[in-house]
Design a protein around this ligand. Structure first.
Ligand code: PRP
Length: 183
């Protein structure tokens, strides 16, 4: 898919090539840090699935994957810090090294909740790998992930798993949406 030709994209923030480099670097770090271990990747749906698929293939240690789907609880206000588990993992994680995989960290409240939830199941360790952290002026995320691919500005970013109204997750690059698309 041509990066220039998508009509709803204002500009490309991260090209496919840049994304590949970011993911390769993270995969190499994780492979080094988990040498001799067999981590379980817990992919957070929906946004996390694209990054998870690439990250796993950039990791050389034996590993497995499971999926969790979450949504904001109650009134639908995003980032309330209380999340509803729509789908839980089926893997028993007691004694396992768990790496939660997210597409983007905004306030960090979703991940803070998930870390607490999974730690309650007595894994050997819990770490977070996020493809991107959104830099919001005046806002410090609630958690600090061990693995951060990149930082993105506080814009409407889509692609590589990130959506607007469930669209654009399939874009192979990360782009900023044209304002007229969402206003
Ligand atoms: C996004 C993202 C994280 C969460 C981050 O998910 O995938 O799960 O928001 O926000 P926070 O750091 O402020 O908690 P979203 O609710 O958009 O669902 P999706 O993954 O299905 O796109």
């Amino acid at each position: 898919m041509s990066e220039q030709l998508h009509p709803d994209i204002e500009f490309v923030l991260l090209s496919e090539k840049q994304i590949r480099g970011i993911v390769q670097d993270l995969g190499a770090q994780i492979s080094k840090d988990y040498e001799g271990k067999s981590p379980l990747f817990v992919s957070v749906l929906r946004g996390g699935f694209v990054f998870t698929a690439d990250l796993m293939r950039a990791v050389t240690v034996p590993c497995s994957v499971d999926f969790m789907a979450v949504s904001s609880y109650g009134d639908g206000v995003k980032s309330s810090g209380v999340v509803q588990i729509v789908k839980d993992i089926s893997t028993k994680i007691e004694g396992r090294h768990v790496i939660i995989v997210e597409d983007i960290l905004d306030t960090g409240l979703t991940l803070k909740y998930l870390i607490g939830l999974l730690e309650g199941r007595h894994p050997a360790s819990v770490a977070v790998a996020t493809f991107a952290v959104k830099d919001i002026p005046g806002c410090t995320p609630a958690i600090e992930p061990a693995y951060v691919g990149t930082h993105v500005p506080n814009e409407f970013v889509v692609g590589y798993g990130l959506d607007y109204a469930e669209r654009y997750r399939n874009l192979p690059f990360v782009g900023v949406l044209k304002p007229e698309v969402y206003s």
